[in-house]
Design a protein around this ligand. Structure first.
Ligand SMILES: [Zn+2]
Length: 180
């Protein structure tokens, strides 16, 4: 593709996908300027927007209670009494349906790691701690973030308590943990 045609192509495609022309030029000038290998894979700029509804199904009440009432719910097996948090609609051992019970939101840090590289949604919090936390009254562990001033002070067995963000959206990131 000659330069003049390439610049027009870049301009047209930038408008089509809603980015600056310069971005398309930068991303594609190498591919498009050289005499092409006719069998090389042809790549063109494109974009994808996906708006969707995500259903929590049988776990919905767990998220609804966090969102609306700042409560942490577990699910207890009606046969063996095991309490799951995160909740399960059925016990994986007995296949019995579980019943909701409220947990206090306190617990212990079972295991953790420090995150130094994160996706765009969490990049401002880096470095931060992701931990498995066993809540008091639960038999399983929940994965969440632990926010503390000095992350070097984190240790296995540490007492933690749940915190609810001011703005809650019905997502697991509506909660995090703090040293109790
Ligand atoms: Zn059971």
């Amino acid at each position: 593709m000659d330069k003049q045609t390439f610049l027009k192509w870049a301009d047209r495609n930038a408008k089509r996908i809603g980015v600056k022309k310069e971005q398309v030029i930068k991303a594609f000038e190498k591919d498009m300027a050289v005499p092409p290998d006719p069998d090389a894979p042809l790549q063109v700029p494109d974009t994808m927007h996906v708006n969707m509804r995500y259903s929590y199904g049988g776990q919905s009440r767990f998220f609804r209670e966090i969102l609306e009432n700042k409560r942490i719910m577990g699910a207890r097996c009606s046969r063996c009494g095991k309490v799951f948090c995160p909740p399960r609609s059925h016990c994986p051992d007995c296949y019995e349906q579980t019943a909701w019970i409220e947990l206090k939101g306190t617990g212990k840090l079972l295991s953790y790691t420090t995150v130094y590289f994160a996706t765009s949604s969490s990049v401002k919090q880096v470095p931060y701690i992701v931990a498995y936390i066993k809540l008091d009254g639960a038999d399983t562990a929940i994965l969440s973030n632990v926010e503390m001033k000095d992350i070097k002070k984190a240790k296995v067995g540490m007492d933690v308590k749940v915190m609810f963000r001011k703005q809650r959206d019905g997502r697991i990131t509506d909660i995090y943990f703090k040293e109790a």
